[in-house]
Design a protein around this ligand. Structure first.
Ligand code: MG
Length: 374
């Protein structure tokens, strides 16, 4: 497909809720020629309830989905673009098109392919994650093994997930907690002027442990320390990203004073960031969409463990496809926040099941997720 044609499709996609094929892939025959058929669709995930963070509120999130097919085997991947890093579903689709020559090569050499995808261009981590996922899904299906098994993990070992409570009016947040009674730990979004009211409101309806995520919302280290100490007294177990990502000197100050662990999320993108930021945090939140895929997340887990950090695996607003990829490696982490699929009403995939707060892996080959999007 010519670049111009692709761009016009991307523009059409931007205008509608469901975007269409960005390459000729899915209509092409299974790649007996050695080529990989590739198709991309943009799809608006609808939030069951408005999703409020310290930096904004959303009712839908547009993700890019990729389908690859070679030798009669199909692989799926998902990009949940991160606006903070200037990613959109459209830019993810454009990157996937740009990476097309890499996907035509031997997919069995998935680690080599990831290095080549990384070299296609900077940023666009969610798009890279989608390709990494699709290739691993393809490899797993080709070999008839689940991705968790490819990484030497145990299918029977279940992981529990926290349930995220987005910022809203306090009575709405209280109702979100009541509606999520199956979960044993809540992750509450904070980073506003009303954080005390929020936590007090939630405490009025549950005595379960809480974790909070300020998404860089607090302005000074003194404010952060005061809030973290207060939250520790309210049964908050850990706080994620209280201050802006680059203020590492403030994090050093905080780390020496806080009573509960402080986790990095926005401060950590790639494995190469980890040695630089590790001294300033107690733990890190690793996301497949942020670091560029399953392989990078596994690498991050090993590095973070070696550096003595606590480990969380997180997610964006994702379908059951992306969550299945996170779940496949979740047992490498101390805790999981893999609930993005539970927050949407029009999940285009079926994958891992969440029973109460336990994520149950399945024995299907690849990522174990299927859907009707393509
Ligand atoms: Mg976070």
């Amino acid at each position: 497909m010519k670049r111009k044609e692709f761009l016009s499709l991307a523009a059409t996609a931007a205008a509608g809720s469901l975007l269409t094929r960005c390459s000729e892939g899915s209509r092409a025959p299974a790649a007996s020629s050695g080529r990989t058929a590739v198709s991309v669709k943009l799809y608006d995930l609808k939030l069951k309830q408005a999703w409020g963070l310290s930096r904004g509120t959303w009712t839908t999130r547009r993700n890019a989905f990729v389908r690859i097919e070679k030798d009669g085997v199909v692989g799926f991947g998902e990009a949940a673009p991160i606006a903070r890093y200037n990613e959109t579903a459209e830019s993810a689709a454009a990157f996937i098109e740009k990476a097309r020559p890499v996907i035509d090569r031997d997919l069995g050499e998935y680690a080599v392919r990831f290095g080549e995808i990384e070299a296609v261009g900077p940023g666009e981590h969610a798009a890279k994650a989608a390709l990494d996922m699709a290739i691993l899904d393809w490899v797993g299906k080709r070999l008839n093994v689940p991705v968790w098994k490819l990484f030497g993990l145990a299918g029977a070992r279940t992981v529990t997930t926290t349930y995220s409570i987005g910022i809203d009016e306090v009575p709405v947040m209280q109702q979100k907690v009541r509606d999520a009674a199956d979960f044993s730990v809540y992750k509450v979004k904070v980073g506003t002027a009303d954080d005390r009211k929020i936590i007090e409101g939630i405490r009025a309806v549950t005595d379960k442990p809480l974790r909070t995520d300020a998404n860089e919302g607090w302005k000074t280290k003194e404010e952060a320390l005061e809030m973290i100490d207060w939250m520790a007294g309210q049964g908050v177990e850990l706080v994620e990203q209280p201050l802006p990502a680059t203020r590492l000197e403030d994090y050093a100050w905080l780390k020496d004073r806080v009573k509960i662990p402080v986790f990095a999320d926005e401060s950590l993108i790639l494995p190469s960031d980890l040695p630089r930021i590790a001294p300033y945090f107690h733990g890190v939140n690793v996301k497949i969409m942020k670091c560029g895929g399953v392989q990078e997340a596994v690498r991050l887990a090993a590095m973070a463990r070696a550096l003595g950090l606590k480990l969380m695996i997180g997610c964006m607003i994702e379908s059951s496809l992306g969550i299945s990829a996170g779940a496949a490696i979740a047992q490498l982490f101390d805790c999981a926040d893999l609930d993005g699929n539970l927050l949407i009403s029009n999940d285009p995939f079926r994958g891992v099941k969440t029973v109460k707060d336990r994520i149950i892996l399945n024995d299907k080959p690849g990522l174990g997720a299927e859907g009707d999007l393509f």
